[in-house]
Ligand binder design. Sequence first.
Ligand SMILES: [Zn+2]
Length: 250
Amino acid sequence: MRQVRLEHLNTKSFGEGGFTTAIVPIGACESHGDHMPFGTDALTAHALAICTAEKLSSTVVLPPLNFGMSDHYRHKPICISLSNDTQIRVLKDILESLHRWGIHRVLILNGHDGNIPCAEIAARDLKVAHPEMSLAVFDWWVVVPHMLPKEMFEVWNGWGHAGEVETSIGLSLFPELMDMSGARGMVPKVDPLVKEIWLFDELTRHGATGAPKKGTKEKGDKIAEAVVRYLVDYMTRFEAQGLRHDPEEA
Ligand SMILES: [Zn+2]
């Protein structure tokens, strides 16, 4: 198997690897209920990044960022959060370092909702500073409704923090860290089209929303497979040519 984890490579093996592209997995350290580990988001993003890069030819996976912007989850122990400003700075510094080493094609693989604005701002700032870079941000869970049948999920289309989808992928990727005896969630009435700015304790009494009890390893295997399939397809083109929009006259 190709070695794709940067922290396991050395100067020589990195040089021989011919890496032109990187995946930066980012997560968070916060409660995911009594049934999933604090590191769920980074564990998930990192595992998906490795499975993807092993099927590619010139993509390296950075060590995961184990902290994220989690201030809206701070009511449950033990949330360790970066502020938006810090998270943006950290991501920009990582992207700048990659740029300095000639890695101009970078995908941020995000596992946590609080990182969405930070990842986008960091990538947009870098793109303006270095137009030759190809930068993309991917929130893994967005694939689910596009690649899997809706009927697969029993409650709230599988959504939720540590809900049916996330619990399932945890059971698939790191079953040894899961404790389904603690699985409890609540389904809040949030508007699906308006970006409502909530604190998590307004949505649920637990560390989870949605229906974690409905999570299964079988569903998780299918979700992980679908995400990796989508990413391998996307990254094969991205490795070869970066972002190429080829607009046509209309
Ligand atoms: Zn999560």
